[in-house]
Ligand binder design. Structure first.
Ligand code: GLP
Length: 239
């Protein structure tokens, strides 16, 4: 795992955008893994800026998002489907994008469909990740066992609390999600993990001390051959 510490969140987003630009230049029809949460927003803004400036082209690429709440309507403002359209898909020319369907009647069938689509696309070339305060990636929560493929998972209190800030007082917040499994993430040929802000400093420290804590899902990335972690100074302050 390669660790890169940069001064600011903006620097981190630019550096991650450089990796996307290089990937698409080398392989215009890349399969991109995309993430939600507040952390990637700056990266999506930077990629949209570069697209406007004609510096990057997504026309031949396609994408798969990591996860989605379940159940949730796509039109719900807190669905990851809505988030991705709002923050990214509406701003660039990436027309082939897929997200686990939070409206699916049969969650198990939806997980199977998703894995089959990823496999048919040839697997993920470049996967983007954020990290939860408890070390989750996607919605792979700390556990004693980890799934290979996409699955329906129960969210932990920690993740429900962390994401409660996005839901209105009277809105029902989902307690389950569909997420790519650790195996699916791990099969990505390249992974970029972004960690920002002092709130993430404790989990960044735990991840980067080089010990595989099996109750910190992100620690599996320590074994991945091509993962880069970008941290801003605040996130790296305890490292
Ligand atoms: C969410 C997402 C993750 C994301 C994490 C951190 O629950 N499922 O993919 O990395 O939380 O979010 P944030 O960047 O807002 O801290």
């Amino acid at each position: 795992m390669k660790k890169i510490v940069l001064d600011t969140y903006q620097d981190v987003c630019c550096a991650a955008a450089d990796i996307y630009a290089a990937q698409l230049k080398t392989k215009p029809n890349s399969v991109l893994g995309l993430a939600t949460g507040s952390t990637p927003i700056g990266l999506y803004e930077e990629l949209a800026r570069r697209y406007e400036a004609k510096e990057i082209d997504f026309s031949k690429a396609r994408s798969f998002n990591l996860d989605e709440y379940y159940p949730i309507e796509k039109s719900h403002q807190q669905s990851y489907d809505y988030f991705m359209h709002d923050n990214f898909f509406s701003k660039v020319n990436l027309s082939k994008h897929d997200i686990p369907n939070g409206e699916a009647k049969d969650a198990i069938a939806e997980c199977k469909r998703y894995d089959e689509e990823i496999a048919a696309a040839g697997g993920i070339d470049l996967m983007l990740l954020g990290i939860g305060h408890n070390g989750h990636i996607g919605f792979n929560e700390p556990s004693v066992s980890y799934s290979m493929g996409t699955y329906l998972t129960e969210l932990t209190e920690s993740s429900i609390t962390a994401n409660a800030r996005f839901f209105g007082k009277n809105e029902v917040q989902p307690t389950r999600a569909l997420t790519m499994g650790i195996g699916e993430i791990f099969r990505s040929r390249q992974i970029v993990l972004i960690i920002s802000g002092e709130g993430k400093a404790p989990i960044a420290k735990k991840l980067l001390e080089g010990v595989i804590h099996t109750d910190v899902p992100a620690c599996f990335l320590l074994l991945h051959p091509n993962t880069t972690v970008f941290l801003d100074k605040a996130a790296a302050s305890l490292c």
